[in-house]
Design a protein around this ligand. Structure first.
Ligand SMILES: C[S@@+](CC[C@H](N)C(=O)[O-])C[C@H]1O[C@@H](n2cnc3c(N)ncnc32)[C@H](O)[C@@H]1O
Length: 216
């Protein structure tokens, strides 16, 4: 969050202000204390996106990245973002569609089962393709959407495994716990995946969406 807040502060200039909002005080504390996040003009607020603590039309623009797939009610969060945006301002949302994820390098049938378990662990794992509808339902106009495949390549794999939402071992165990694959298949799949990384065959792709709407 700190990196994004600093970049937004650069874009709005010295007279603008940027507010970074998250439910988690820990996330905000990390952003506040990071060199990247502590720019002048940036402040942080611990609050729930379902009930934004700002008046109507307080911001020229609002964005949420990789958030709406985790909230209880994505429509309410997008509507709140629309409420606090000025007329003519933009609301921009980024979200992936976990139903589109593909892993190449390990046994394909087990890969599908693991990816399905992974998608189920995310509250609204397939919300990405629904973003234009959420923006229109929130009363926004001129809705546009773009999609691309985000690739995790060989080089990115070790770093990606360190991210909290990139835990292949937990996903394989979840697929086994659900009875979709056996424990032995899960173990063998993880070994095969590591081997595919070492041998240069690993590739993962995930379709990501970014949608924008304008407040009338
Ligand atoms: C995958 S992280 C993305 C964080 C940040 N947007 C970024 O791109 O680095 C998802 C974040 O959504 C936050 N979150 C989940 N539910 C929320 C809610 N109801 N209101 C505000 N933030 C929420 C979590 O605390 C978490 O920090």
């Amino acid at each position: 969050m700190g990196d994004d807040a600093r970049e937004l502060a650069r874009l709005v200039g010295p007279d603008g202000r940027v507010v970074g909002l998250d439910l988690s005080p820990e996330v905000l504390s990390r952003a506040r204390t990071s060199a990247a996040g502590s720019s002048p003009g940036v402040s942080y607020v611990a609050a729930d996106g379902h009930r934004l603590c700002f008046s109507d039309r307080s911001f020229d623009g609002c964005r949420a990245e990789r958030v709406v797939q985790h909230v209880d009610d994505p429509q309410l969060v997008v509507s709140e973002m629309a409420r606090v945006t000025v007329s003519g301002g933009s609301v921009v949302i980024f979200a992936p569609d976990w139903g589109s994820a593909v892993i190449h390098g390990a046994e394909p049938v087990v890969s599908v089962a693991v990816l399905q378990a992974w998608g189920r662990s995310i509250r609204h794992g397939s919300v990405g393709g629904g973003l234009p509808g959420l923006l229109r339902e929130a009363g926004l106009d001129e809705v546009v959407v773009e999609a691309w495949a985000e690739l995790t390549t060989l080089e990115g794999y070790p770093a990606a495994r360190g991210q909290h939402d990139w835990d292949v071992a937990a996903a394989a165990q979840a697929a086994a716990a659900a009875g979709d694959i056996s424990e032995a298949q899960a173990e063998a799949w993880l070994d095969e995946l590591d081997e595919s990384v070492q041998q240069g065959r690993f590739l993962m792709s995930l379709t990501c969406f970014v949608a924008k709407g304008i407040k009338p």
